[in-house]
Design a protein. Structure first.
Length: 470
């Protein structure tokens, strides 16, 4: 950011506005919403400018002596050259200034804002796209109930009672969450806020832990469900896998405790028992714990073990599903996992083992090799040759189409095509270190000009073509 968003106090301060026409009138309407003492200076004033409640001064802007308590100034005369001259003069005097539509000579920019005083939402684009800021403002206006400011004012009056009745930290934060959640949904537009507050104050305020097993999906934050976003936002503790996208982790509150449990092929930062113990310990302390897993928690995520640990401790839990990597990979490659008239089953297989392909013997390869049912093979990079050999040995045609998708759903996603006979070598040539999804027996509709291997440099963008030897 080249500009830093702040809310500047104007209580018992003066704001000076230079200009008496249309531009000044627009700025004055905003300034009159504040508690500042506003002084408007112009050679002459248009009839459209409402000077009620402000000090109006007729005269030369550069000759005016600023009050000692001036917080900042606006130059909005309607004449760019004159505004720039006023801005330079203000800077010499050490007064922050904004010249209308001239960010180069301005110290600050006025954002578009949604006013639910004392709740104010400011939207800025650093002067690059004012119309976009107004469009965002319009959307936020529709989102926020008209009476939200009244709710905030009433909440301020409750603070002393809440401080006396509820211990600091998590219990108090939960009280406010329980009160403001319905407020944002418009529940108190016709009253009822006081009754809701009294009901919450009368409750047992001892913290009760909750464990949410949340699917982060296979990709960026745009693939999260709304429930997943909400749980991450309200979490006190987030225990996350190593492969969860950084942009998803950014959704957590700054105060939340973030723990990377680091489970990744070949690099287990914590043992499963240690992860279970962490989940239980935080939840027993009354925390809202989010166990954030890549993809869907119930698919190859050791969810059963973690649920058992939480239930054994007598704690509350829930599971929030996510978009699994197989679905995301299939969508990116335009490769439907099932087709009417051709497919009646879909098999999901994990080929990941600590010792590589020799550790995949527990898979029923005979069943996987029979017929033509599509296979979604998770974590198959290290075991690709073993998978290829077993499937062909058990009856799969060597010409069965295969789609490879690395980093499914992310900006660095890559897609490759092969046959089953080529799978092991293709994976070696494919390179990379990201999570790899292998889809066997699916037909990609992605247009490939090169019959060897198609790579997509970025999702939905121009594909790169790469030969087998590369």
């Amino acid at each position: 950011m080249d500009t830093f968003p702040i809310f500047w106090s104007v209580r018992n301060r003066t704001v000076v506005l230079f200009g008496g026409g249309d531009e000044a009138a627009a700025k004055l309407r905003l300034l009159k919403k504040t508690s500042a003492q506003v002084v408007v200076i112009a050679d002459e004033f248009s009839e459209i400018i409402d000077l009620e409640g402000v000090e109006a001064v007729t005269g030369d802007a550069l000759a005016y002596t600023l009050p000692a308590d001036t917080a900042f100034a606006y130059a909005a005369t309607g004449e760019p050259a004159k505004d720039a001259a006023i801005a330079r003069h203000m800077r010499r005097l050490g007064v922050p200034v904004c010249a209308a539509d001239q960010p180069a000579v301005s110290d600050f920019i006025t954002p578009a804002f949604v006013d639910r005083d004392p709740v104010v939402v400011a939207i800025g684009t650093e002067g690059t796209a004012p119309v976009l800021a107004r469009e965002i403002k319009a959307r936020v206006e529709r989102m926020l109930p008209a009476g939200l400011g009244e709710v905030a004012t009433k909440a301020a009056a409750l603070r002393e009672r809440v401080a006396a009745a509820i211990t600091p930290g998590e219990p108090r934060r939960r009280f406010w969450h329980a009160l403001f959640g319905p407020a944002l949904d418009g529940a108190f537009e016709r009253g009822g806020f006081a009754d809701a507050a009294e009901t919450l104050l009368a409750r047992d305020t001892r913290p009760e832990g909750l464990v949410s097993f949340v699917g982060a999906g296979a990709g960026g934050a745009d693939l999260l469900t709304e429930r997943a976003r909400q749980r991450i936002d309200r979490a006190d503790v987030v225990l996350h896998d190593a492969l969860v996208a950084p942009e998803i982790l950014e959704l957590a509150r700054r105060e939340a405790t973030m723990v990377n449990v680091g489970k990744r092929a070949g690099r287990h930062a914590l043992k499963q028992d240690e992860i279970n113990a962490l989940i239980v310990r935080y939840a027993e302390g009354g925390a809202r714990v989010v166990r954030l897993k890549g993809g869907d928690p119930s698919i190859f995520g050791r969810l059963a073990e973690e649920i058992d640990a939480v239930q054994s401790a007598g704690l509350r839990l829930e599971v929030v599903p996510g978009v699994t990597a197989a679905s995301v990979a299939a969508a990116s490659a335009l490769a439907p996992l099932t087709e009417r008239g051709r497919t009646q089953e879909l098999r999901m297989i994990t080929a990941h083992g600590v010792r590589g392909e020799d550790d995949i013997e527990s898979v029923d390869w005979a069943a996987a090799g029979r017929g033509t049912a599509p296979l979604a093979i998770y974590m198959g990079r290290r075991s690709a040759r073993g998978v290829q050999r077993r499937l062909i040995l058990m009856g799969r045609s060597a010409m069965t189409p295969v789609v490879l998708v690395e980093n499914a759903g992310r900006e660095d996603e890559r897609i490759g095509h092969a046959t089953l006979a080529e799978l092991g070598q293709r994976v070696e040539n494919f390179g990379g270190t990201g999570p790899l999804m292998i889809l066997v027996g699916v037909h990609s509709r992605a247009e490939a000009k090169n019959p060897l291997t198609l790579f997509l440099s970025e999702k939905g963008r121009t594909p790169k073509h790469h030969s087998e030897a590369a």
